[in-house]
Write a protein that binds this ligand. Structure first.
Ligand code: AMP
Length: 213
């Protein structure tokens, strides 16, 4: 099962992808996580990506597409995968469609987690990410057992630089301009499904289960 998670930054794509993983045992491939790991490791790719990310801009397509297509060749992707944060532009979507076509395959579901900008801005202000293991929490919706401390590894929970309100507004503009056109793109392919992102973790999981079966 090959799934794309669509939706604005902060709509909960990553959180809901994790629920799907547990049920279907397929990996989540998050381009945002790959870039953050590269920044942490001080790689060339990380250095190139950082300035774009800090400004709330997209990393250029040429730095993203090959990276994802290579990742999809790995063994753990044999039974499918969930793409979180990719594609984010029409050229990325076209590159993905072409790469999969060459392998005689295609994406099965483009799941859009829908939320209004107002709801997203409110939600992002409460999002906290573990500095050590990358786990995501929310001060109200998914609170850690101990405030500011990761349940999984005891690391410190932080507000991501790009979750700060000014940057969130910029990222939403970028989303509407460059990523939202993907909704039409996948509607035309007949694989677009919309889920209400305000239903909460369990509500969204139920709605997603109905779609995926
Ligand atoms: P995310 O964690 O998915 O919200 O990604 C964080 C940041 O990484 C984005 O704001 C972009 O700067 C960059 N990024 C992640 N995925 C992509 C992508 N597919 N194309 C371009 N930039 C990306």
């Amino acid at each position: 099962m090959k799934i794309i998670m669509l939706g604005a930054p902060g709509a909960g794509k990553g959180t809901h992808a994790k629920g799907i993983v547990e049920k279907y045992q397929i990996p989540v491939i998050s381009t945002g996580d790959i870039f953050r790991q590269n920044i942490k490791d001080g790689t060339e790719l990380g250095k190139k990506a950082k300035s774009y990310m800090d400004a709330g801009d997209l990393v250029p397509d040429e730095l993203v597409c090959d990276l994802v297509v290579d990742r999809l060749q790995k063994d753990d992707c044999k039974n499918g995968y969930i793409l979180d944060g990719f594609p984010r532009t029409i050229p990325q979507a076209e590159a993905l469609t072409e790469a999969l076509k060459k392998q005689g395959t295609a994406i099965d579901y483009a799941l859009e987690i829908f939320m209004t900008d107002e709801d997203i801005i409110e939600r992002m202000a409460g999002r906290r990410v573990c500095a050590k293991c990358g786990a995501t929490f929310h001060t109200e919706n998914i609170p850690p057992k101990v405030e500011g401390v990761c349940d999984n590894c005891g690391g410190t929970l932080e507000l991501r630089d790009d979750d700060k309100p000014e940057t969130v507004k910029k990222r939403l503009d970028v989303y509407h301009e460059q990523t939202a056109p993907l909704i039409e793109y996948y509607k035309k392919q007949g694989i677009h499904y919309e889920v209400d992102g305000t239903l909460g973790v369990e509500g969204v999981a139920k709605a997603v289960s109905k779609i995926l079966g």
